[in-house]
Design a protein around this ligand. Sequence first.
Ligand SMILES: [Zn+2]
Length: 226
Amino acid sequence: VNDIEESYESDITNSENITWIEWFCGIKNHEYFVAVSEEFADDEFNLYGLSSLVPYYSEALDMILDVEPEEEYPVSTQTIESSAILLYSLIHQRYILTKPGLTAMFEQYKHSAFGVCPRMYCSKTPVLPVGLSDMRGVSSVKLFCPSCVDVYDPPPSFLRVDGFAWGTTFPHLFLKTFSIGNFLSNPSWVYEPKIFGFKINQASPIASKRKYIRDGIENYLSSNKK
Ligand SMILES: [Zn+2]
């Protein structure tokens, strides 16, 4: 957290000509964030319920929207900045589930901006950011692969970024919205362990559970087709 605040301090001097949101999204390791539209962030309906979760909510919201404070802050500017970061993350979690937010994320996804799956059989499928919780402080942002349907740690420097800003719903709603699952090549390819060329009995503890589960699903689907 200290590192985040330090980078904030050093960057703020250059932020005169850009909006708070542009500045925030431009911080190193914030590359998975998209810019929430000011129109969205300025609509009370979209922010319903957030005021009880964020200390100094109105000061924080004004900071995000680049509204100059009318009077001096009741606490340090740094405290308001921390609140603004918390509030932006909460707004972001909601925004990326809306049509404009999903579209903004799609623009990034098209260029594999979130990276690709490290699993060989996924053939560099682009991954999507996901949170393991919708609550703050549970875990860092993770990367979800639509091909193997598994989650991975992001590069180490991203492990300081809290996953709740993307939340648990985003990648799945994204894939459903854009029907991306239909375009994945051979998502069911799985590695099959062998010893001296012989397949390992599925009951063995060193056999591939993934293959066992996948075969089960495919048998189920083909028997239901008949
Ligand atoms: Zn994968």
